[in-house]
Design a binder for this molecule. Structure first.
Ligand code: URA
Length: 237
């Protein structure tokens, strides 16, 4: 009898494999194609937070199969359901090294401005259109940043759309021309004409375009414009 009770206890304590664990096991053993199917299945079961982790897994898997397999990927960062989603162009050298967006020179300018305006990091999710560092060789052979190519932007745009659907920000803030054109899907959109004013995207997001913080390095006159624009943005929070 005692043995029977012990057995019953053991059965109760035995971890029952969850649906999620079973999917996880299958993902590890399956081919690339079925991996994607299983990831989709898993995504349906997951919470908001882990949807982002799954999206990252999906991006990694698809990049491995693409022409961009050699690149180091830098994902977005910040609180999901953040009020603001800031979108840059692509990571630079420092971002690639640290694996985080906007941690280099442009990032320092951006965070300093945000602090001055009273905006807190916790209110912001930050990412880039292109998730790897686009590079060229200078005449002297140095590796330098370059503007992302259209093919690179087109490759990453569907992932940005998914990222936005997960974050569900109140406002999208694009930093510079590349993310502005990508988010509006308007080649003719320019930061010079659209900065500092709220508009709505075709998908219904509120969009507030800002200059890219690096533009202040090359044109110090933009510092005041940047500050003014951020004050306008603050009124929407
Ligand atoms: N510039 C960008 O557009 N993104 C970064 O992450 C860093 C610099």
């Amino acid at each position: 009898m005692e043995e029977m009770e012990l057995l019953q206890e053991k059965v109760k304590l035995e971890p029952i494999k969850s649906e999620m664990e079973l999917i996880q096991e299958r993902i590890r053993s399956e081919s690339m194609e079925s991996k994607m199917e299983l990831l989709k299945e898993k995504m349906k079961l997951e919470s908001m937070e882990s949807k982002m982790e799954l999206l990252k897994e999906k991006i990694k898997l698809e990049i491995m199969e693409s022409d961009y397999a050699e690149n180091i990927i830098v994902f977005g960062e910040g609180k999901e359901n953040a009020k603001i989603c800031m979108i840059g162009e692509a990571p630079g050298g420092e971002e690639e090294k640290q694996g985080k967006p906007f941690v280099g020179r442009a990032g320092k300018i951006l965070w300093d401005f945000l602090e001055m305006t009273g905006l807190k990091r916790e209110q912001i999710y930050i990412t880039n259109v292109v998730k790897f560092r686009p590079t060229d060789r200078s005449k002297t052979g140095r590796i330098i940043n370059r503007i992302p190519k259209k093919a690179e932007i087109d490759f990453f745009l569907p992932y940005l759309t998914e990222e936005l659907m997960i974050v569900q920000p109140d406002i999208i803030v694009t930093l510079g021309n590349v993310p502005l054109k990508a988010v509006t899907e308007e080649e003719s959109a320019t930061i010079g004409a659209m900065h500092g004013a709220m508009t709505t995207t075709k998908q219904g997001y509120q969009l507030f375009p800002l200059y890219h913080p690096a533009s202040i390095i090359y044109n110090s006159g933009l510092a005041q414009t940047y500050q003014n624009d951020l004050q306008v943005l603050k009124q929407y929070l």
